[in-house]
Design a protein. Structure first.
Length: 289
């Protein structure tokens, strides 16, 4: 007459018992999805008396016990690099620390540091390099800048025939050098266009046209002289030999012989008219009788 007084004891946990029926021996804490999206839950001990020992594992390997894991940790969120630098976290896994990089110093973009702020400033005047009675100024305090002088004329940017002058040789001052031509033409920040038209002095003479192919100051003897009487006759660097026979227009008249000993365009009025009886006149018709 003694019923339901038997006791069931879990073999996995002998402290768990129930009288009059089976004991509840298993309790999977992962059943309620406590880890959240993208995490794997594992409850190694599903005994009812074992609580909070389940694990949540992120896809990147981060593991937490008894609660959801923190899978990401962008170290740049706290702005560890400071003003004037950009921060990039190579791995945002929660267990990946000090792998962020501080880069792009505004003073020198080549300066970088991993796990902390980069040293973007280096004042060379701090060591008092100038001596007593002198004022020191370091316009470019980038650690990679070790010289306070930057003479832009050193690279000879102006070219042949021009004088270069850099009034401000600070590294932060660029493009303010001047190029001066021998004829006084000046340009800033680049080579000047110096002009020297060799035709100005009329080197070709009468009866010829002059054209200077290159009027740069350092370009000489490249002008061309072209005969007006025959535009196919040309010469570079000096007067052309043009033919101009003054006898072609028959200036002597009937019965006279015309001869032009110098047919250069610059030679005029030197032709001769000779009569049949030997009378000769220069530069016009002869009086034969």
């Amino acid at each position: 007459n003694s019923l339901n007084d038997y006791t069931c004891t879990c073999t996995s946990d002998t402290t768990i018992k129930k009288t009059g029926g089976p004991a509840t021996c298993a309790k999977d804490e992962c059943a309620s999805s406590p880890c959240g999206t993208g995490q794997t839950c594992n409850d190694p001990n599903q005994s009812p008396s074992s609580t909070g020992d389940y694990t949540c594992t992120c896809s990147n390997g981060v593991v937490a016990t008894g609660g959801s894991a923190t899978c990401t940790n962008d170290e740049c969120t706290s702005n560890p690099c400071g003003t004037g630098q950009t921060c990039k976290d190579a791995s945002t896994a929660a267990n990946s620390l000090n792998d962020y990089t501080c880069t792009t110093c505004t003073s020198d973009t080549t300066i970088k540091k991993t796990g902390g702020p980069a040293t973007c400033a280096k004042d060379e005047c701090a060591s008092s390099p100038c001596g007593t009675g002198q004022t020191c100024n370091d316009p470019n305090q980038s650690p990679s800048s070790t010289s306070c002088n930057n003479d832009e004329c050193a690279s000879n940017p102006c070219g042949a025939g021009q004088t270069c002058k850099d009034p401000n040789q600070s590294p932060s001052s660029t493009g303010d050098y001047t190029c001066t031509c021998s004829n006084g033409v000046v340009a800033t920040g680049g080579a000047a266009t110096c002009t020297n038209d060799e035709c100005t002095s009329s080197p070709c003479g009468t009866g010829q046209t002059c054209k200077d192919a290159n009027t740069a100051a350092n370009s000489l003897k490249d002008y061309t002289c072209t005969c007006t009487s025959d535009t196919t006759v040309k010469k570079t660097g000096g007067p052309a030999s043009c033919n101009n026979d003054e006898c072609a227009s028959n200036p002597c008249g009937a019965g006279q012989t015309c001869k032009d000993p110098n047919q250069s365009p610059s030679s005029t009025g030197d032709y001769t008219c000779t009569c049949s009886n030997g009378v000769v006149a220069t530069g016009g018709s002869a009086t034969c009788t």
